[in-house]
Design a protein around this ligand. Structure first.
Ligand code: ASP
Length: 291
């Protein structure tokens, strides 16, 4: 049995953006699900899915990233596997075409997180494609037409061998200070993954998510609570300190959980026994049986 769930960010989706969000999530899910269906690993699946989201300007990750206060793009990304808790992450990185590729290249290396110029150097040394500093910025039209906040993307997959993996990628928050790093590349904050317990990935206000160690809270809660219950509790915590967030979770037996207190949170998921994948733009859609 295999399973995969991904999200396109805790944000507001305007009516004109609904189709792009649904289609973008489903297309990315397909990339990940194909890997799993063919017997591939959860690490390859989350990388493939997040790569597709990074290449879609609908989402603020990879191509389509926000600009910081210096009008520059700085990206963060992370990949984690749940067997031995290996982590690879980059932060405040400039000029890496697909940040998730750099994070994946670091997964089984000693460092777990490299920032700024060091991240770019690591990417170059490991054959990851580079690009010009602002090649990833949303085009003027895209930047103006969307409320560009909280669009971190993320994915969790469970493969046929029972291995869990998570991946996260973000263009950060519009107008944030140069060098600012949020929750997304920090294990226990924006993501975590343990084959025995489950995986979780967040999007939203990075400072609040990190201060509250939300991913760690979900992992601890998953030990005795349903995945929906575990992420709901975490969202209540971040709300208490004024934060907005969304989270997805996946357990080792293939159960999904997700919740958000942003107005929308595009989520798509599929497991090996489902007749077809599902996509929702908010939790209410799922509760009402749409999607
Ligand atoms: N969590 C991300 C950050 O704080 C932002 C996002 O979710 O889009 O960098």
């Amino acid at each position: 049995m295999w399973a995969i769930i991904l999200h396109g960010g805790a944000k507001t989706i305007r009516p004109g953006e609904e189709l792009a969000n649904r289609q973008g999530c489903l297309a990315a899910l397909k990339c990940g699900a194909e890997v799993l269906r063919a017997g591939g690993s959860s690490i390859d699946a989350v990388e493939a899915a997040v790569l597709a989201l990074e290449n879609d300007p609908t989402f603020n990750a990879g191509y389509g990233s926000a600009l910081n206060s210096d009008d520059e793009v700085e990206t963060c990304a992370a990949v984690m596997e749940g067997g031995e808790w290996n982590v690879g992450a980059i932060a405040a990185a400039k000029g890496i075409r697909n940040p998730v590729r750099a994070a994946r290249a670091m997964l089984f290396e000693e460092p777990i997180l490299i920032a700024a110029g060091g991240a770019r150097k690591f990417a170059e040394e490991n054959g990851v494609e580079l690009c010009s500093q602002n090649a990833l910025a949303a085009s003027g039209e895209e930047a103006e037409s969307e409320e560009r906040s909280h669009d971190t993307v993320g994915c969790i997959a469970l493969d046929g061998a029972g291995q869990l993996a998570t991946a996260v990628s973000t263009g950060g928050l519009e107008g944030s200070p140069a060098g600012r790093i949020g929750d997304s590349p920090q294990p226990g904050c924006g993501f975590y993954c343990d084959n025995e317990v489950g995986g979780v990935v967040f999007s939203g206000d990075g400072e609040e998510i990190a201060r509250a160690m939300l991913a760690a809270r979900v992992i601890h809660a998953l030990d005795g609570t349903s995945p929906d219950g575990a992420v709901q509790a975490a969202i209540r915590v971040v709300e208490k300190i004024g934060g907005e967030a969304g989270a997805i979770a996946l357990t080792p037996d293939g159960r999904f959980g997700w919740e958000h207190n942003s107005s929308h949170f595009a989520v798509a998921y599929e497991h090996s026994s489902m007749p077809h994948p599902l996509v929702h733009l908010c939790k209410q859609e799922e509760d009402e049986g749409h999607g």
